[in-house]
Ligand binder design. Sequence first.
Ligand code: FAD
Ligand code: NAD
Length: 395
Amino acid sequence: SRIPRIVILGAGYGGIVTAIRLQKHLNYNEADVTLVNKHDYHYITTHLHMPAAGTDNPENSRVNISRLIDEFKVDFVKSTVMQIKPIEKKIILEDSTLSYDYLVVGLGGEPETFGIPGLQEHAMNIRSINSVRLIREHIEYQFAKYKGEPDRLDYLTFIVGGAGFTGIEFVGELADRIPNLCKKYDVDQKLVKIFSIEAAPNAMPGFDPELVEYATNVLTNKGVVFKLGTAIKECTAAGVELATGEFVKTTTVIWTGGIRGNHMLDQAGFATMRGRVKVDSFLRTTEYENVYVVGDCSIVMNPEGKPYPPSGQIATQQGETCAYNLIAAIRNTPPKEFKYINKGTVASLGKREAVGMVGTRKVKGNKAALLKKLVDMRYLYIIGGIPLVIRKGRF
Ligand code: FAD
Ligand code: NAD
């Protein structure tokens, strides 16, 4: 009989781990595996706050897919997915069409703007190598422009909308970067403002209150100004309007107010919540048992019936279970239920500072920053072994 075809869309955390596990465990000629991704590299999203702020080079946050994939076992197709057609079992790419027996969707998230006017047009997002290059260059350009128009303090005002983990990690890096930029462009540091604007009463909503307080103190001491309990209402080319009625003039808005699933899942007709598909306990869609969804495009419920927050950690674990279940489907053996094991959460606050929870243990300061490095290196080890840890680890 014909060899089953597995197509994996997206080489993010969920997709790349699925592909790596399949190439390790599938026997010769058991399945044809194709991995499709927009770029010929995988990005280490969990590092992106650093190149976005300019404290690290974007090159350090990406890995060529050819280094991770064995081309004898997995076909890599560099292309953009345009449409998923689950009834026809076809994928429309920008330049060709693929058919599949089994599909894995790991296309990642998209910025959620909640329909707030102007965000789409005027704010930037931390989501890919290209987007962080833009942010980094844009920030530096504002310093250069300010030198020619010294009354334009809005050039030196940086607004970060949303103080979730992404927003917090980014302001930590940006605060570290500002002194260097001030020195490079001969700008008085007192003129530079970083605002972290959060709708909820506290930064990092839902996280341990003691650690949140520690984090806000560390960042405040670095010069970040928090506006808590303050939602962004509108964004224009001139600045942002807050729920309080205040208008803050700025030429730089970084939106870290949340993510939703890839719009292609809605388009394909899957039942979604904010673009994300609630998968069954084997990570399959409820509509098609040959379609699996992993990472930010999926929703997995915790035992209390609430969705787990999307993360690289859960995406990686989903990739492992997804590969196992694909092999089980092909071999006609029992699949495995997905069980998320939270190994801990650490948020960086810039140089030598972080906060984290490991089980019920709280960690902060330099110890947490070291832990964060270890967690990041562990991921590099999972996908690329020791050589990748040595090349891309931020020691
Ligand atoms: P992604 O990693 O988002 O990758 C999606 C892939 O699909 C990309 O390669 C993209 O190029 C590709 N793609 C998208 N559209 C198309 C298309 N149309 N055609 C072809 N290819 C396409 N999580 C943690 O657990 N720990 C952390 O410390 C952490 N830190 C973070 C720091 C930052 C700054 C950010 C932004 C996120 C962080 N996260 C962290 C969250 C984590 O990065 C995401 O949850 C994770 O990346 C989701 O993985 P994914 O597999 O869904 O897809
Ligand atoms: P998020 O949804 O976790 O946070 C978005 C924040 O924006 C929320 O605090 C929300 O209240 C706020 N917000 C929403 N609308 C607003 C408005 N109009 N005005 C002001 N504030 C507004 O999004 P995220 O931070 O991008 O994180 C996405 C996922 O990735 C999360 O699950 C997170 O845990 C994970 N992540 C983890 C790490 C880590 O482990 N170190 C780092 C980054 C992201």
